[in-house]
Structures are given as structure tokens and as C-alpha cells.
Design a protein around this ligand. Structure first.
Ligand code: SF4
Length: 376
């Protein structure tokens, strides 16, 4: 089983914290669509004829594409790749784009999962983040999607914002829970270099929140979402009734995926590759029939590190039998030696030949994972 990821590099406006490859000038959109279709054909052998079980339109803002744009891409995917009958097909969408007309047009396409970038239900926070929507627009967008029959909806939330209080965060969580969605992804705000937020931080106009408050917010989220019936299946992801993101789970479980579009990343089971992060250069190169990508050849140690990093983030953990099969006895012993003290101290559980983080371990997960990694 494998996945296809399509990177849509267009956004109407730029959010203050965003460091994804995206642009606000949408003028090369038609050329971009044609280039994506060509790349899908050029790289038809990348997944070695594995059945495609997930397709994910991410970005950027995929909801900036029209029905005709998306249909063109789907036509090429379906005529080129073997697609599973139970394929999960996700579209990331901005609440502001989700009008009834647009959603009705999407219903003619095979999307069966929507991931809506809400981030906050507090209008002050949304304004600060430079999001395009209001809290009410986000609520209306989710209820509209539900009324049209979309029942696999994920929403994104963000916490740890400057000036965010526990009260605001609690209200955001309550509102998210009351929407009755099946999946919530929630990330702490990061001050990424090169973003406007980072510049404001550097000149002292915003101050990161206190670390203890961040931990309290994370803890509140885990407890509240657990009470509301969500399973905490990955450090930043929560699902109801097993509605895990199949696509992201494939990343975490080390399956192959083909990333198409500028800046998209791919993994063929052994090596990672990423396309050039420039829409004009991407289009130019594809039009000449060549791929503008870089490849990172992963040696055994790097693959072991990926296996640990991705496995420990999930509720499935690191399977020691699989670890030994893939990386040998030496790596398994190394992992067991380094994890021993965390198991004794109750931060990691060793059960049925699998290592998983305990609730306390989640709070120090970065330290645990870095101690389990192989250092040359
Ligand atoms: S909509 Fe998403 S991809 Fe676009 S600028 Fe905002 S955070 Fe970045």
C-alpha cells in the first residue's frame, strides 16, 4: 500500500507563522496543474505498482483550486495508478473557501475526508495569526460540510500563542469538541525562522508563552479530548472511533509515498526525495521532461533513526521484532540499552515487544527519542 501527496503551493494570503512553501500569486495555476499531471505520468513507476490507499491534497491551500483543476488531476491519477477500493482521499481546506457551491462541486469528486485549517475559535487569535476566516465562518464551514454528508472531518488547532490564556484555550477546545468532528490535529505554535512571527519575536514585539503554561495546555488538551471520546494516537493527533488519518499514519509507519508538485517530498521505502521549492522552476523543468528534485540516500543508521522517530510518536510505538528484522540485532540492543532507564522510570512502556510512550513520557518525548537515535 502506498500514498500520493499533491502539494498545492497557492494561498490567498500568508499566515504570520507559516514556513511552508507557498505563494500568494496564483497566476501560474493553469501551468502548475498541467505540470502536476505530467509529473504524475513521469513518475508512474516510483511506487513500484503498489496499490495506492491514500491520496492527500495539501499545501498551501488546495481549496484555492477549482473543480475543473482537481478533476484534471484525478483523471490522471485514476488512469495511471492502481487505486484501492477503500482509498482515503483528503483535501486540506481553508474555512473561508468552503461555500455551499464549492462544496457541492467537490461532491462530484472522490474526496472522502476534509482537513479544515481552523487553528482557533477566538477572533483575536485568528486576527493575530493573519488567518482569513472568523470563528463563526469556521463553525459554519464545518456544519455545512456535515450537512452535505462529509462525516470524516479533521480540524487543525493551534495552542501556545502569545497572550493565550488557559481560559481561551479551554474555550477553543470546548468549541472544537462541540462540532462533533472525527479527528483533531493540534500543534504548538513554533517560531520558524524566516516567518513574520519570527521577525516580530526577534524585535521583541511578541513573547513566547511560559513553558509551564504550554505544558498545562498540552495536558488539558489530552484530558479534555480523552473525556470527549478521542483517542490520542499520535503526539499531535486525536481520533474518534478509529478515524485515524490513514495518510499520515502511512508516513509514521514508513510506507512509500509519492509527493507531486513544488516542494513535495517522496519516500520510496529506502530514500527520501524532494522537489524544488519554486513553482516557476518546477513547471519549467517538468515541461522539459525532467524532474527538479534532490535525493537523500538513507543509510541503515538514518533509516533506523526514522523508524524510531516516527514509531515513538504513535500509539503503535516501536515494534522490536520489526526493528530487529529491518536493522539487525546490534540496533535492537542499542535501542533497548538506551530505553532501559525510561522504562524503569515509567516514561516508556515495553509490552508485547513494542515500546510506547506513557502519558508522562509524552511530555518528554523529544528527549527520549533523541536518546534512542543512533549518533555516528
Ligand atoms: S493557509 Fe496554511 S499554507 Fe497558507 S499561509 Fe496559512 S498556514 Fe501557510
Amino acid at each position: 500500500m502506498a500514498g500520493i501527496y499533491i502539494h498545492v503551493p497557492f494561498c490567498k494570503t500568508r499566515c504570520i507563522y507559516c514556513d511552508f512553501y507557498t505563494r500568494t500569486d496564483i497566476s501560474p495555476k493553469d501551468d502548475y496543474i498541467e505540470a502536476v499531471c505530467k509529473e504524475l505520468l513521469l513518475r508512474r513507476d516510483y511506487l513500484s505498482e503498489d496499490i495506492v490507499s491514500t491520496i492527500y491534497f495539501g499545501g498551501g491551500t488546495p481549496s484555492q483550486l477549482s473543480y475543473a483543476d482537481l478533476k484534471r488531476i484525478f483523471d490522471v491519477i485514476y488512469s495511471t495508478y492502481p487505486i484501492s477500493e477503500n482509498v482515503e482521499i483528503t483535501m486540506e481546506a481553508n474555512p473561508d473557501d468552503l461555500s455551499i457551491e464549492y462544496l457541492e462541486s467537490l461532491q462530484k469528486l472522490p474526496f472522502n475526508r476534509l482537513s479544515i485549517g481552523i487553528q482557533s475559535f477566538d477572533d483575536g487569535e485568528l486576527k493575530f495569526l493573519k488567518r482569513r476566516h472568523t470563528s463563526q465562518k469556521a463553525i459554519d464551514a464545518v456544519t455545512m460540510c456535515q450537512s452535505l454528508g462529509y462525516n470524516n472531518i479533521s480540524i487543525d488547532l493551534m495552542y501556545g500563542l502569545p497572550n493565550q490564556t488557559m481560559d481561551i484555550w479551554q474555550r477553543n477546545l470546548n468549541q472544537a469538541i462541540s462540532l462533533n468532528v472525527s479527528h483533531i490535529s493540534s500543534y504548538h505554535l513554533i517560531y520558524e525562522q524566516g516567518t513574520r512571527l519570527y521577525r516580530l519575536f526577534k524585535i521583541g514585539q511578541v513573547r513566547p508563552i511560559d513553558e509551564d503554561l504550554s505544558v498545562d495546555m498540552f495536558s488539558l488538551m489530552i484530558d479534555k479530548l480523552h473525556e470527549a471520546g478521542f483517542e490520542h494516537y499520535e503526539i499531535s493527533n486525536f481520533a474518534k472511533n478509529g478515524s485515524y488519518s490513514q495518510h499520515n499514519s502511512s508516513y509514521w509507519l514508513g510506507k512509500r509515498y509519492l509527493g507531486v508538485g513544488p516542494a513535495a517530498h517522496s519516500f520510496d521505502g529506502n530514500d527520501r526525495a524532494w522537489n524544488i521549492a519554486s513553482t516557476p522552476k518546477y513547471i519549467q523543468s517538468i515541461n522539459k521532461g525532467s524532474l527538479a528534485l534532490e535525493i537523500e540516500y538513507l543509510d541503515l543508521n538514518a533509516r533506523y533513526n526514522d523508524f524510531i522517530l516516527t514509531g515513538m510518536r504513535t500509539k503503535w510505538g516501536v515494534d522490536l521484532i520489526e526493528l530487529e528484522k529491518l536493522y539487525g540485532n546490534r540496533m535492537k540492543d542499542y535501542c533497548l540499552r538506551n530505553v532501559e532507564r525510561y522504562v524503569k522510570e515509567g516514561f516508556v512502556k515495553l509490552d508485547n515487544q513494542a515500546l510506547t510512550l506513557t502519558k508522562n513520557g509524552i511530555f518528554i518525548s523529544d528527549g527520549i527519542m533523541s536518546d534512542l537515535m543512533w549518533v555516528d
